[in-house]
Design a binder for this molecule. Structure first.
Ligand code: MCA
Ligand code: AMP
Length: 497
């Protein structure tokens, strides 16, 4: 990318007719011209609150076109965009504020904060709030900040096995290189229309989906969330859709989802969690489309993909994307033989520059030769095709959201009546994996699971809260004293069947 600003790079690809619609949303449309002017006005709003290059702009808002303008404004201004899942509780948000020290925090008017940020704006999904009040009287600020390719433009929090969330620092080059590769690899073409029903506070909906459309000068059918009936209505107007496996499971469960409905569709893409072979095959049978599964993570954006023209295989995440080096390694980072199972390690322009304020943690996740340890267990064949077969990290993926058991266990164990707990994932028909907890109470203690749930609701985002809680007398442990989660996963395998 030769441009000194990522927004400028996207703008250079906008259609010559800037009046063309970019976002079609529930309250109207936004053209490329309106996007350009609107994001420049949003820069003025941020500048009035003294936001400068490198400042963090933390955003916890529902999906809205205004939130897109805000993201692009941060790119224009060289500010670091820090989106937060709207499901995060105040307790969780307090930690992010403390860690990232944002210059401004933008949230829904109904969010109550314990007041650690210097400046607050509000924005709701109706495009109302103090941010928009300022926006409405702002003049566009046209000039773009110079941002080098290795400078950070976004920071996305990912949870960790220790229970503490880490801010993944994403650079201009990470985003531009990945967007260019995906745009080409997935064969984006003139006239493509993207159906966008993903949240825009994670890499999938924010970077992968938005950037492909921006680079292609494509229209986006911008859905607030994944409502299966709304998506079914809009599918005939789209050519490309990106989603987590739960989207495809829910589409298949809908009576109106059939071959005729998807006759204009060119491509269905899935990722963020494993797409079950069963879903892949049912989808093909119902629609004649083979869902294109790809694999990525916040720290490295998109890493592998099934081919657009070649064979898309159920249970495989395809090949390393152009420019990405991948190896399957042992626990010392030594490459092992093809066909053997090990940890996937990767290197490339897509790989992030580290965790915010955590140099030691960053160093732990990289090998001396610069390869990043993904923590995913995989196997690669002689043709470089990769299958993800497990996770070295203790992590659950529920509906495309990662849940780290440690974080949930810490919250459960804080409850006075609780002696200890173990949290694990078991198959869930809708969410892929269901967060499940077993709890051991202190001798003689009693506690209702509703009380336990209430307590967790104050501390943990809804998607992290266990869907089932079981009380048991003791945790299964091996001779080293380690909790045997495999035994628990087996025992409760039928919990959601
Ligand atoms: C909502 N709930 C969930 C989830 N979402 N529980 C567990 N897991 C979830 N993912 C809660 C709701 O609060 C609700 O609770 C109950 O579960 C059912 O809600 P429902 O209406 O079914 O949920 P929904 O609003 O339809 O959401 C499900 C969803 C959504 C559409 C699958 O979670 C979603 O959009 N997921 C996408 C996640 C994503 O974008 N991941 C990308 C991360 P109650 O009924 O009790 O109130 S980026 C990434 O992973 C990398 C980079 C990559 O490779 O892409
Ligand atoms: P996140 O931290 O939210 O970015 O999630 C990244 C993790 O999601 C990866 O490390 C994988 O464990 C998982 N993941 C993403 N895409 C896939 C996929 N197609 N198949 C299996 N796991 C996936």
């Amino acid at each position: 990318m030769s441009n000194k600003n990522l927004y400028d790079f996207f703008r250079s690809r906008f259609p010559s007719d800037m009046g063309k619609v970019f976002l079609e949303h529930d309250r109207g449309t936004i053209s490329f011209e309106e996007l350009d002017i609107g994001s420049a006005k949003m820069v003025s709003v941020l500048r009035r609150r003294s936001v400068k290059k490198g400042d963090r702009v933390m955003v916890q808002v529902e999906k809205s076109p205004e939130a897109v303008l805000l993201y692009l404004a941060c790119l224009r201004a060289g500010a670091i965009f820090v989106p937060l899942n709207t499901a995060y509780t105040d307790t969780e948000v307090d930690y992010f504020i403390e860690d990232a020290k944002p210059k401004v925090f933008i949230c829904d008017p109904k969010v109550s904060l314990s007041g650690k940020v210097p400046s607050i704006f509000t924005l709701n999904d109706q495009g109302k709030g103090s941010l928009i009040d300022s926006f409405n009287v702002a003049q566009p600020f046209e000039s773009l900040e110079d941002v080098d390719s290795d400078e950070i433009v976004a920071m996305l929090y990912t949870s960790g096995t220790t229970g503490r969330s880490k801010g993944a620092m994403i650079t201009t080059e990470n985003l531009s290189s990945n967007a260019l590769v995906l745009h080409k690899y997935w064969g984006f073409e003139t006239g493509d229309v993207l159906l966008h029903a993903l949240p825009i506070y994670h890499a999938h909906g924010l970077f992968v989906a938005l950037h492909c459309a921006l680079l292609n000068g494509s229209k986006i059918l911008f859905h607030k969330n994944f409502n299966v009936d709304d998506v079914i209505k809009d599918i005939p107007n789209a050519t490309v859709m990106m989603g987590v496996p739960t989207f495809y499971v829910r589409l298949l469960a809908h009576a109106k989802f059939n071959k005729n409905l998807v006759k204009n569709m060119r491509l269905f893409i899935a990722g963020s969690a494993p797409l079950l072979a069963e879903t892949f095959l049912d989808f093909e049978e119902r629609t004649s489309h083979r869902v294109l599964e790809r694999y990525g993570m916040t720290e490295a954006l998109m890493i592998t993909s099934n081919p657009y023209n070649g064979e898309r295989i159920a249970g495989s995440v395809g090949f390393p994307l152009p420019g990405v080096a991948a190896r399957i390694a042992d626990d010392k980072g030594q490459e092992i033989s093809r066909g053997d199972i090990g940890v996937l390690e990767i290197k490339g322009p897509n790989v992030f520059s580290g965790y915010w304020n955590m140099p030691e943690k960053t160093a732990e996740e990289f090998r001396d030769d610069g390869f990043f340890i993904t923590g995913d267990i995989a196997v690669m064949d002689d043709n470089d095709r990769i299958c993800i077969v497990g996770r070295a990290k203790d992590m659950i993926i529920s509906g495309g959201y990662n849940v780290y058991p440690k974080e949930v266990e810490i919250c459960i164990d804080e409850i006075p009546q609780v002696k200890e707990s173990a949290v694990f994932g078991v198959p869930h028909m809708d969410f892929g994996e269901g967060v499940t907890a077993v709890v051991v109470l202190n001798k003689g203690a009693t506690v209702d699971s509703d009380i336990l749930r209430q307590n967790l609701a104050e501390k943990l985002a809804k998607f992290k809260q266990p869907k089932s809680i079981y009380f048991i007398n003791e945790l299964p442990r091996n001779t080293m004293g380690k909790v045997q989660k495999n035994i628990l996963r087996e025992k409760y395998a039928q919990a959601y069947k």
